[in-house]
Design a protein around this ligand. Structure first.
Ligand SMILES: [Fe+2]
Length: 211
């Protein structure tokens, strides 16, 4: 499988990632699968720079592997229709606000953690959190959350005016890139009169050093 860049992953871990990718390939339309694999590739590059090279292999390999898993599965919730997701929320008593239930574009991530746990038996809180917060973000984003958030927006199949610039920034500073990507998202939504999650301004203020 040519999507796995890191030769540092053990064979067992590589086999597991291949299995996950093969599973979603069966379930997703090809464009969503290509986006998932693009996100996985981008996350590996950023993970190498911002986790493995910073933390060292011994300490960094665990979070790096979790990043790989969350990047492959981050859009798994998109295979379900909006109505299906509402039904899953209802039947499983998933605690979401009325606003979140109405907000179609983010629902796949908010329910994604539950679905990945249910269907892939993944219980790791870091993986599930990264999947849950890859659309809106969250106040205390760890390095896995940040890389998944950014990779989702700048991976190779994304094509919008500022993506080239964002990819360059990602090579120099993950935090700066996250901030730019987050800003772009807000502007995109505002310009189209789309909703902003109430937490967006709190997350943005936090990124800008406000508390
Ligand atoms: Fe995505």
């Amino acid at each position: 499988m040519d999507y796995i860049y890191s030769s540092m992953l053990s064979q067992k871990r590589r086999d597991y990632l291949i299995k996950l990718a093969q599973s979603i390939k069966q379930m997703m339309p090809s464009s969503l699968y290509m986006h998932s694999m693009g996100t996985f590739k981008c996350a590996q590059s950023l993970g190498r720079a911002y986790i493995l090279e910073k933390e060292g292999q011994k300490k960094g390999m665990g979070p790096f592997f979790k990043l790989c898993i969350s990047s492959i599965l981050h859009d798994y919730g998109k295979i379900y229709t909006y109505e299906d997701l509402l039904d899953i929320i209802e039947k499983n008593h998933i605690q979401l606000t009325g606003f979140e239930k109405k907000c179609k574009p983010i629902l796949h991530s908010l329910v994604g953690g539950f679905l990945v746990e249910r269907d892939f038996h993944i219980t790791d809180s870091q993986i599930l959190k990264a999947i849950r917060c890859h659309t809106v973000g969250c106040i205390k984003m760890g390095v896995v959350d940040k890389i998944l958030f950014v990779s989702d927006k700048i991976e190779e199949t994304r094509d919008y005016a500022s993506v080239g610039q964002l990819r360059k920034i990602a090579l120099h500073s993950l935090d700066r890139c996250l901030k730019e990507v987050y800003k772009n998202n807000m502007i995109y939504n505002i310009e189209r009169n789309k909703l902003l999650h109430p937490k967006t301004s709190v997350i943005w203020n936090n990124m800008c050093g406000g508390r």
